[in-house]
Write a protein that binds this ligand. Structure first.
Ligand code: CO8
Length: 260
């Protein structure tokens, strides 16, 4: 597949997607959103892929938001369609059977912050900056930011960040629970790769099941979530990995899990 706005690399089951519009700080225009949407569809069907890393080209930005030069020409109708396209693409990230890590190498503003929030977790460079500056443009977040940020760091903190359009550095984002780990810029991708390799060494079915149960579980009450968990726990035994993992422990050897 040919990509105009993305760089796609795959090695040993780990896919790296680089959002590639560095001159516009990787701003999300309609073309980029459509390409990423198509790539996510393809990844869902690729059994070899165990982990996806999502990052931005250049050393300045992950994504500096939706493309403001496109937003400037929208009306209510086209803005809603654009928001829907972005939301639908970002929702696919949670539905992928493999983990997706946002590797935030710089500005993650507006739609960029929302894209990072849609990933399963975030590693950030010390230079990363997060924020939802939409109010400064007379707008609100439209790619799920009002919802995912509030779920992640609590409604009051999310509202303060949205209402003030305040930018926060990676360390503060980690204190708030937005970011899992802050890494020196030079080592960011290396650290993310290490985590990806560690995840890729587990059984793929069990990783997928854990992902789906966490995502679905936070949307429902605890009793329903635990019900989903035990059903998924049962499903683990449909894969040979459960026998291999438990057997390897008892035989004091390293488990060798299936590849897909
Ligand atoms: N869209 C388009 N172009 C952008 C964007 C953007 N979001 N951000 C930066 N650029 C471009 C600049 O215009 C500039 O282009 P040029 O060189 O041609 O003038 C180039 O990238 C470099 O940017 P700067 O010169 O501004 O770089 P600085 O280092 O001075 O500043 C900042 C970096 C602070 C990131 C600054 O560029 C900035 O504030 N950008 C905008 C951030 C922002 O407001 N983002 C939110 C956008 S709105 C949004 O994301 C809504 C999402 C939901 C949409 C729902 C659908 C309707």
């Amino acid at each position: 597949m040919e990509w105009k706005n993305l760089i796609y690399e795959k090695d040993a089951g780990i896919v790296r997607i680089t959002l590639n519009r560095p001159k516009a700080l990787n701003a999300l225009n309609a073309d980029l959103i459509a390409e990423l949407d198509g790539l996510l569809d393809a990844l869902e069907k690729d059994r070899e892929v165990r982990v996806v890393l999502l990052t931005g080209a250049g050393d300045k930005a992950f994504v500096a938001g939706a493309d403001i030069s496109e937003l400037a020409h929208m009306d209510s109708f086209s803005a809603r369609i654009f928001a829907e396209a972005g939301q639908s693409m970002m929702a696919k990230i949670a539905r992928l059977p493999m983990p997706v890590i946002a590797v935030v190498n710089g500005f993650a503003l507006g739609g960029g912050c929302e894209l990072a929030l849609a990933c399963d977790f975030i590693y950030a460079s010390e230079k990363a900056v997060f924020g939802l500056p939409e109010e400064t443009l007379g707008l609100i977040p439209g790619f799920g930011g009002t919802q995912r940020l509030a779920r992640k760091i609590g409604a009051a903190m999310a509202m303060e960040l949205i209402f003030t359009a305040k930018r926060i550095k990676a360390e503060e984002a980690m204190v708030l629970g937005l970011v899992n780990r802050v890494v020196p810029a030079d080592h960011l991708m290396e650290e993310a790769q290490k985590t990806a390799l560690s995840i890729a060494s587990m059984g793929p079915a069990a990783i997928s099941l854990a992902k789906v149960v966490v995502h679905k579980g936070i949307e429902v009450d605890l009793v329903s979530g635990c019900y989903m968990e035990r059903e998924a726990f049962g499903l683990c035994f449909a894969s040979p990995d459960a026998g291999e993992g438990t057997g390897a422990f008892l035989e004091k050897r390293k488990a060798v899990f299936s590849k897909s």
